[in-house]
Design a protein around this ligand. Structure first.
Ligand code: ATP
Ligand code: MG
Length: 559
């Protein structure tokens, strides 16, 4: 797989912007990323963040962070905080330009009054169910509400009293007066305001009427002077409404442009579904390392660079499509291959005693931190007569083509000596091998035999007395189902959860330098994969490491 040549590959949105700058329609580019603070950001949001902030960066413009906080019942400060942290972590900065749709509530209210005065909005007393019934279907036009032609003065009075708190939740709404026969359902007198006696994280108890998304969004874009309002394809049918409000109000109209949202295999991205996984205990939280949330991916060991590369690589298009999870994992693998220092860690230890190595001796070997990057330096790793190797690097009854340690056979210990197996010690009761006895070839320091004999296998190891204990968590994909997030998955989507998406290994042994592992530092455990320190569950005594990604994609064969 090749990486894009430049940091900012072209896409159709860039062509639109280039044209607008050339024609003089705009002198600068102002975009926005408008999350609703009702959940954590996920990898789909990252696509939108990289697009919007990336355009602002490349065109020397601005990208606003705007919280679309029009629904107080689901929104919380906790979400505002984590969203900001995730955007920054991804490497983007909104500067001074952080806004809240709720900052505009007063202005939005006045505009609603202006629309009533123009005869373009009315207060409707129908219930939500009745409004739905009147809306009609795709093949059948809607019916007008009996309240649609209320005198203007009554509308003004009722809307004023809605705001004043005289009416109960759901008893009335303000609707735009457009066209109940429109083939576009969004234009069939959409609701602009509903009554909701709820405290808002930002405006407190100031309001008991709240604007709907469609009414708030375009006007917020207009107030902020957004030039290109970029959203996902499902808003294409809302564009005529976006434009209708702005044109009726006679205010500046940004251009709405739609692009295809990110769909990723083997995971779900809807906030509702992610919340369900959290609340029902399928994962340990929003930041569970298996979650496609940015906090989860960060904890797992993803780098912002890998995510940005991924967003570049998948590109921006107009057609909905599915991206394979393997592409995302590959971006991380590629990044960490370049940057992660190599270390040795034994995940399932088997004790090896080297009989002919002086009992109280230890020595150190110099090991490069990266095989092709001498500038990354090297470290000393201690060696002693008792070491640990991986259980599956020894086989008493080896299958054909097994090049690791076998009775009577030789293997190379990475950076150290060639050893030969001379015996095994078994647990009397279970018959399980608990120890392997070896001799070492003193002439093979560094790993090659003095007589030139070929040693096929090289395995990793740690010195038993020097190594540190750690817990290691091996993560795999959250779902075995290819498209759990598709509508076809239906109510049964959770049946596609991968029962083996997490495996915890206790008593792993790592080379001593890992005692100093810092949060956000990633390592390649040689032959095992890429790992990073878990920031939540590590304790000073027992560090916990998360496997960020394997060295190779083991899923390809399953597809
Ligand atoms: P959900 O449907 O899961 O609740 P959302 O789209 O409602 O997510 P918002 O907070 O409204 O979440 O999203 C903020 C921005 O992120 C929007 O502009 C939206 O278009 C964009 N976005 C959300 N999901 C994706 C995705 N999968 N791919 C690309 N952009 C996305
Ligand atoms: Mg949304």
């Amino acid at each position: 797989m090749t990486l894009p040549e430049t940091a900012s590959s072209t896409n159709f949105i860039r062509s639109i912007i280039d044209e607008d700058l050339k024609s003089g329609k705009h002198k600068t580019v102002v975009t926005r990323f408008p999350p609703e603070p009702n959940g954590y950001l996920h990898i789909g949001h990252a696509k939108s963040i990289c697009l919007n902030f990336g355009l602002a960066r490349d065109y020397n413009g601005r990208c606003h962070l705007r919280f679309d906080d029009t629904n107080p019942t689901k929104e919380e400060q906790e979400y505002v905080d984590t969203i900001q942290e995730s955007v920054r972590w991804l490497g983007f900065d909104w500067g001074e330009d952080r806004y809240y749709a709720s900052d505009y509530f007063e202005q939005l209210y006045r505009w609603a009054v202006a629309l009533i005065k123009k005869g373009k909005a009315y207060v409707d007393d129908l219930t939500a169910d009745e409004i739905r019934e009147h809306r009609g279907t795709l093949t059948e036009s809607g019916r007008e509400s009996p309240y649609r032609n209320r005198p203007l003065e009554d509308n003004l009075d009722l809307f004023h009293r809605m705001r004043a708190g005289e009416f109960s939740d759901g008893s009335r709404v303000l609707r735009a007066k457009i066209d109940m026969a429109s083939p576009n359902m969004n234009l069939r007198d959409p609701v602009m305001y509903r009554i909701l006696h709820a405290t808002h994280p930002h405006t407190g108890a100031a309001w008991c009427v709240y604007p709907m998304y469609d009414y708030a969004h375009g006007q917020s874009d207009s107030i902020e002077g957004i030039t290109h309002s970029i959203c996902t394809l499902e808003f294409e049918d809302h564009r005529p409404l976006y434009e209708w409000f702005l044109d009726q109000l006679g205010i500046y109209r940004p251009q709405q442009i739609e692009f295809a949202r990110l769909n990723l295999t083997y995971t779900v991205m809807s906030k509702r579904k992610l919340l369900e996984l959290v609340q029902q205990g399928y994962v340990s939280g929003w930041d569970d390392p298996r979650m496609p949330t940015l906090v989860g991916m960060r904890r797992r060991g993803f780098t912002p660079e890998a995510i940005r590369t991924f967003c570049e690589r998948i590109g921006i298009g107009k057609n909905d499509s599915w991206i394979d999870m393997g592409v995302l994992e590959d971006c991380l693998r590629h990044d960490l291959n370049e940057r992660a220092p190599r270390v040795m860690g034994v995940l399932r230890p088997l004790r090896v005693v080297i009989d002919n190595y002086p009992q109280n001796q230890t020595e150190e070997f110099d090991a490069p931190n990266h095989p092709n990057k001498p500038e990354m330096g090297s470290r000393k790793i201690p060696f002693s007569p008792v070491i640990y190797i991986e259980q599956d690097d020894f086989s008493e009854d080896p299958p054909k083509g097994y090049f690791r340690l076998t009775p009577g056979g030789e293997v190379r210990l990475r950076y150290a000596y060639i050893i030969k197996c001379v015996g095994v010690v078994k647990d009397e009761q279970s018959g399980k091998i608990v120890e392997v006895r070896c001799t070492y070839d003193p002439q093979s320091r560094g790993g090659s035999a003095a007589d030139g004999r070929k040693i096929k296998g090289t395995i990793h190891w740690v010195s038993a007395p020097h190594s540190i204990e750690a817990e290691v968590r091996l993560y795999d994909r959250l779902f075995t189902l290819l498209n759990p997030g598709s509508d076809k998955g239906g109510a049964d989507w959770k049946s596609g959860l991968n029962p083996n998406s997490s495996e915890t290994l206790k008593s792993c042994r790592l080379e001593p330098g890992l005692a100093d592992a810092a949060p956000e530092r990633r390592y390649q455990f040689e032959r095992q994969g890429y790992f990073c320190l878990d920031t939540v569950d590590s304790s000073p005594g027992i560090p916990v490491f998360n496997r960020s990604v394997t060295l190779r994609d083991s899923w390809v064969k399953n597809q």
